[in-house]
Design a protein around this ligand. Structure first.
Ligand code: UDP
Length: 313
């Protein structure tokens, strides 16, 4: 297959490029490098089945030749990034989805949308099954990401129903691993960087809010299976191992062998506005329709991520 991966120079996009190349496919990565980096794909340049195009997919996309699958992974994905780039975030989820799914329609390609657990907002149901409609504040700082992704899902379903495009939607829960940006502001790189430097781990809002962290190779496996499955409705892909943020901080300190302390801080900016109090995927559907479940535990995943960050702090 010839596969277009938008956001291909990003954290998850670059891991997907590797996987599709390893399976023998041809990959075109597209990225405008706002939050992605060519460092993430430098090792793929030279592979004759790989090419990179620097382009903002919120603008019209021209791509020569056949395309068999389009995976739309381009978007700022860290709360800090979408606070810094609110309009780009809205555009890539709306116009970027329109352009990429329009390309899929024109090429007769299968389409896979990277959606997010943020479509559930600050959920009032825990864990979150795909049938939950969510609890999103459209005008808060996270609204630019959450609503763009909700719009993207609506657009994807409309192209499926109205134009008959073969579409897939993955709702991605917190994912971590090598190639996250050290300074993207998310909890995993923040805590790892702080632990490696012996600085205090900055736990926001008392640390009783929960998240469930998935290692990137599990996500890639889930996405790969979903693309080739017959499932046309959204599927959660995440690790159901839910923990409080303060417990997560303790795990990072323990696994890294750091002497860092935990500091409770109250950011005064918009970073924590509408911060979800709980988050945990219900993955029964992924188990049922994809035969998928995560296989990398937190300790193993964090060790690999620590190795990556050790050379970079
Ligand atoms: N968080 C924290 N300290 C940090 C960064 C984040 O306590 O240095 C908290 C944040 O308030 C949130 C959780 O960790 O409750 C996960 O935040 P992240 O930015 O990774 O992404 P989110 O899951 O909110 O999209």
């Amino acid at each position: 297959m010839r596969v277009l991966i938008t956001g291909g120079a990003g954290f998850l996009g670059s891991h997907l490029c590797e996987r599709f190349l390893a399976e023998g496919h041809t990959v075109v990565a597209m990225d405008n490098l706002i939050t992605g980096s060519t460092d993430n794909i430098a090792h793929l340049i030279g592979n004759e089945r790989f090419s990179f195009i620097k382009h903002n997919v919120s603008n019209y996309i021209y791509l020569d030749g056949p395309v068999d699958a389009v995976l739309h992974f381009a978007s700022p994905a860290s709360p800090n990034d979408y606070l810094e780039h609110p309009i780009h975030t809205l555009k890539v989820g709306s116009l970027g989805t329109l352009n990429t799914i329009g390309l899929a329609k024109a090429k007769g390609a299968r389409y896979l949308l990277a959606s997010t657990s943020e479509v559930y907002g600050d959920p009032q149901v825990n864990p979150q099954p795909e049938s939950y409609w969510g609890h999103v504040n459209p005008i808060g700082p996270r609204g630019v990401y959450d609503e763009a992704k909700r719009f993207a899902e609506a657009m994807t379903m409309a192209y499926q129903r109205y134009h008959g495009v073969e579409t897939r939607i993955v709702r991605i829960f917190n994912t971590y691993g090598p190639r996250m940006r050290l300074n993207d502001g998310r909890v995993v790189p923040n805590f790892i960087k702080q632990a490696l430097l012996g600085e205090p781990l900055t736990v926001y809002m008392g640390g009783q809010q929960t998240r469930s962290f998935q290692y990137c190779s599990d996500l890639v496996e889930g996405v790969y299976r979903l693309l080739f499955s017959d499932e046309r409705l959204p599927v959660n892909i995440g690790n159901p191992n839910e923990m409080t943020i303060v417990d997560f901080a303790r795990e990072v300190i323990r696994i890294s062998g750091s002497s860092s302390e935990i500091h409770y801080v109250e950011p005064t900016d918009e970073r924590i506005t509408d911060d979800p109090k709980v988050r945990r995927p219900d993955i029964s559907k992924a188990r049922r329709v994809l035969g998928w479940e995560p296989v990398v535990g937190l300790e193993a995943g964090l060790r690999k991520t620590l190795d990556y960050f050790r050379g970079r702090v």
